[in-house]
Write a protein that binds this ligand. Structure first.
Ligand code: NAD
Length: 276
């Protein structure tokens, strides 16, 4: 109740909806994660960015996001495929930002090959980065959320958490696992002010998908533009990409008090992909 009153007070005072909240967004140096980090910062949350990239480019990103939205922004270069680095990232966020009120498990990788040719090492990497990292980060961040009685855990799953495609054994298994984990955490926190949900994007034009478009264009000897259209036509009835901004806006909504009873949901943002 206190949190609801606080949130109303912030809005009526003309404040930003997430002022005073602190967020970790994993894999936020590019693509969807960056869109989510920007959306949370625009609502006043302080943010820990995470991911890989050129140090100078990351330094500029930290500076630009902070300056644009007038919030504190810090960076962790943790490899979220490694348990100790995930734990260290959460501890660092608690120290640098004061708390972790919002945890967005976004970082992910892809590998495409038929099962019998799927390298075992890629299977292990996809499962570690796309699934186990979510468990480790939630496990590390939950106790202090429980102490304060408020939290938002948002796992970026995929349309591939709900349905499958050939060639993506590890990714589909990991994303289905993310939705299962989301439901368990939602049940275990059901009587608290902490919610846990998954967002399931369809195609979003990010470096992760651009690499698949390039591979398809090469395989089918077609232009990049044709490969892009084929990709959409095959799966996404709207024939339009979803955008990082749209995923960011849904994340902000899930952080609101209006979303307090959305628990354990897997919400598609997929142009109708999983309605078929
Ligand atoms: P992206 O490749 O643009 O970004 C991935 C981010 O994760 C980058 O910041 C990268 O540095 C970071 N990252 C990768 N491995 C990491 C590691 N071991 N430790 C820390 N950071 C790491 O990809 P994206 O398309 O923005 O994907 C983001 C999430 O959205 C992923 O979980 C992906 O599965 C999911 N998703 C994407 C799409 C899509 O169409 N793009 C669709 C559905 C779901």
């Amino acid at each position: 109740m206190a949190n609801h009153t606080e949130a109303v007070a912030r809005r009526t005072a003309g404040g930003r909806a997430l002022a005073g909240r602190a967020a970790i967004v994993t894999g936020s140096t590019s693509g969807i994660g960056l869109g989510i980090a920007q959306a949370l910062a625009a609502e006043g949350a302080s943010v820990m960015l995470n991911g890989f990239g050129e140090p100078a480019a990351i330094q500029k990103l930290v500076h630009d996001v902070g300056r644009r939205h007038q919030v504190k922004v810090v960076f962790s270069g943790a490899d979220i495929g490694k348990l100790d680095e995930v734990q260290e990232m959460v501890r660092y966020a608690e120290k640098a930002l004061g708390s972790v009120d919002i945890l967005v498990n976004n970082a992910g990788i892809q590998h495409v090959d038929p099962v019998e040719r799927f390298p075992a090492e890629r299977w292990d990497a996809v499962l570690a980065i796309n699934l186990s990292s979510n468990f480790h980060a939630i496990r590390a961040a939950l106790p202090q959320m429980k102490q304060r009685g408020w939290g938002r855990i948002i796992n970026i799953a995929s349309a591939h958490g709900l349905v499958a495609s050939s060639g993506k054994a590890a990714y589909v298994a990991a994303k289905h696992g993310v939705i299962g984990l989301t439901k368990v955490v939602a049940l275990e926190t059901a009587e608290t002010g902490i919610t846990c949900n998954a967002i399931c994007p369809g195609w979003v034009l990010t470096p992760l998908v651009e690499r698949q478009i390039e591979a398809n264009a090469k395989r089918d000897r077609i232009s990049l533009n044709e490969a892009k259209q084929h990709l959409l036509a095959e799966k996404q009835p709207s024939k339009e990409f979803a955008t990082p901004e749209q995923i960011g806006a849904l994340t902000v909504f899930l952080c609101s008090e209006a979303a307090a009873q959305i628990r354990g949901a897997a919400l598609p943002v997929d142009g109708g992909w999983t309605a078929q």
